[in-house]
Write a protein that binds this ligand. Structure first.
Ligand SMILES: Cc1cc2nc3c(=O)[nH]c(=O)nc-3n(C[C@H](O)[C@H](O)[C@H](O)COP(=O)(O)OP(=O)(O)OC[C@H]3O[C@@H](n4cnc5c(N)ncnc54)[C@H](O)[C@@H]3O)c2cc1C
Length: 300
C-alpha cells in the first residue's frame, strides 16, 4: 500500500492567512487545493512536504466573471464548474472541449484550475488551453500581486513562477470578438492523460486570420506552444491549406518522448494532425458563432 510520509495539516482561512503560513514554514510547506495531483505524488513519496496548507476555505477564489476586457477565473474554480460555466462556454468553448476529456467526474469535482496550472505537468490540459488563449496568471504574495503571462508561468517541468510564499489566485484570459476556439486530445482510454493534445483560438477579420493562439500538451513543445506556426498564420487566410502548413510546422517543431503512451513518430504525427483539427474547428466556430463540433477523436 502506498502511504504518504507523515505531515502536519493546517487550514487557511484567507489568502493573506495562507501566505502568512507559507512564509512561516518556508519550503517545507505545500498548499493543497483539489489534491488530485499532490496526494498521488505524496503517496509515491515524490513529494514529501512537512506541512500541508489547505486553501479550500479561502474566499474570493471561486469566481468566473467578465472583468473589463478579460475573463477572470479564480484559482479554486473546479474542473466541473469550468465544464459547465456559461461565460466560458459563450466566449471560449475550448474549455469545455478540454474538460470533457480531463480525468473523470470524481477528479473533476475536486481538481482546480489553480492546481492544474501549478502542477506544471507537461501533459496537463488546462495549461495548454490557457497557453493557447494567451492568458496570464495573477500571483499574490505579502507584497501584493503580480501578473505573469502563461507562456512564462511554467519555468520547467513541474516548476512554476510561484515562489515559496506565494499563491496563484487568478487566471485571466483576454476577451476577443469574432473568435472561435477548440481543443482536440487523443487518449488511450477515457479519463487518461493525453497521448497528445492541441488547442487553438482563431480570431477572424472577414476570412483573414487577425490573431491566433496554439497550445500543445504532452508533445515536448517549448512553453507548450509553437510561435513559428502562429506567426505563419496571422494575416493570411483561414484556409485548409494554411492550417495544414501550420500543422506541418508544429509536426517538425515538437520534441515528444517515447513512453507507454506511444512512440515519438506517432506523437509527432498527432501534434500536427490535432493542431490542424483544432484550427479548423476554431475557425468554423469563429464563422458560425456556434458550437457544432464533435469532440470525439477518430482516425488520428
Ligand atoms: C486519475 C487522474 C486522472 C487525471 N487525468 C488528467 C487529465 O487527463 N488531464 C489533466 O490535465 N489532468 C489530469 N489529472 C490531474 C487533475 O486535473 C488535477 O486535479 C490537477 O492536475 C491538479 O489540481 P488540484 O486542484 O487537484 O491540485 P493539487 O493536487 O491540490 O495541487 C497540485 C500542485 O499545485 C499546487 N497548488 C495548488 N493550488 C495552488 C495555488 N492556488 N497556488 C499555488 N500553488 C498551488 C500544490 O501545492 C501542488 O504542488 C488527473 C488526475 C487524476 C488523479
Amino acid at each position: 500500500m502506498q502511504v504518504p510520509e507523515t505531515f502536519d495539516y493546517e487550514r487557511a482561512s484567507t489568502v493573506e492567512d495562507a501566505i502568512q503560513r507559507l512564509t512561516a514554514h518556508g519550503d517545507e510547506a505545500r498548499v493543497i487545493a483539489g489534491g488530485h495531483s499532490l496526494l498521488p505524488m505524496m503517496k509515491l513519496r515524490l513529494a514529501v512536504p512537512e506541512v500541508l496548507i489547505d486553501i479550500n476555505d479561502l474566499p474570493g477564489l471561486d469566481h468566473v466573471r467578465l472583468d473589463g476586457d478579460e475573463l477572470a477565473i479564480g484559482a479554486l474554480v473546479r474542473h466541473a464548474a469550468i465544464l459547465d460555466d456559461p461565460i466560458l462556454g459563450e466566449h471560449y468553448p475550448i474549455f469545455a472541449d478540454a474538460e470533457r476529456k480531463i480525468a473523470d467526474p470524481l477528479v473533476r469535482n475536486r481538481g482546480t484550475i489553480g492546481g492544474s496550472l501549478c502542477q506544471a505537468d507537461p501533459a496537463e490540459d488546462l495549461s495548454a488551453v490557457v497557453t493557447a488563449l494567451k492568458g496570464s496568471c495573477v500571483i499574490q504574495s505579502a507584497n501584493g500581486r503580480r501578473t505573469v503571462p502563461m507562456r512564462e508561468f511554467h519555468t520547467g517541468p513541474w516548476e512554476t513562477a510561484v515562489g515559496d510564499a506565494e499563491l496563484l489566485v487568478e487566471v485571466r484570459i483576454p476577451v476577443r470578438t469574432s473568435v472561435g476556439s477548440s481543443y482536440h486530445k487523443v487518449e488511450r482510454r477515457v479519463g487518461d492523460w493525453a497521448v497528445a493534445a492541441a488547442g487553438a483560438f482563431v480570431q477572424l477579420d472577414g476570412d483573414t486570420i487577425a490573431a491566433v493562439g496554439l497550445g500543445l500538451s504532452a508533445v515536448g513543445a517549448p512553453d507548450m506552444t509553437c510561435p513559428d506556426a502562429e506567426q505563419a498564420l496571422v494575416g493570411g487566410p483561414a484556409s485548409a491549406e494554411a492550417f495544414a502548413e501550420a500543422a506541418r510546422i508544429v509536426h517538425d517543431a515538437v520534441s515528444p518522448t517515447a513512453d507507454q503512451r506511444g512512440p515519438v513518430d506517432y506523437k509527432r504525427h498527432l501534434a500536427g494532425e490535432l493542431t490542424r483539427r483544432a484550427l479548423t474547428d476554431a475557425a468554423r466556430r469563429a464563422r458560425s458563432g456556434s458550437d457544432p463540433v464533435d469532440s470525439e477523436e477518430g482516425n488520428a
